[in-house]
Design a protein around this ligand. Structure first.
Ligand SMILES: [Zn+2]
Length: 76
């Protein structure tokens, strides 16, 4: 028998969007598989169908949670 080794690694039910800005947001799948809702890990604000640029703008200018790291802000 010749089983594929890939079967040892079950697919993740959720694919993460590729942009690194998503490191700072939780991505939640919506009904349509190509859309994600983004929830900020710091202030918990939620965005629907936002573009990565909007999320970066939030990190750069809008996020005001006290846990937010200014080093992150400098990157965006
Ligand atoms: Zn935030």
């Amino acid at each position: 028998m010749n089983y594929s080794e890939k079967e040892a690694y079950p697919k993740h039910p959720r694919r993460r969007p590729p942009d690194p800005v998503w490191d700072h947001f939780f991505a939640t799948s919506l009904k349509s598989p190509s859309y994600f809702a983004a929830k900020c890990k710091y202030c918990s604000i939620q965005f629907n169908h936002e573009h990565p640029n909007q999320l970066k703008k939030h990190l750069a200018k809008e996020c005001e949670d006290e846990n937010f790291d200014n080093d992150i802000r400098e990157k965006y």
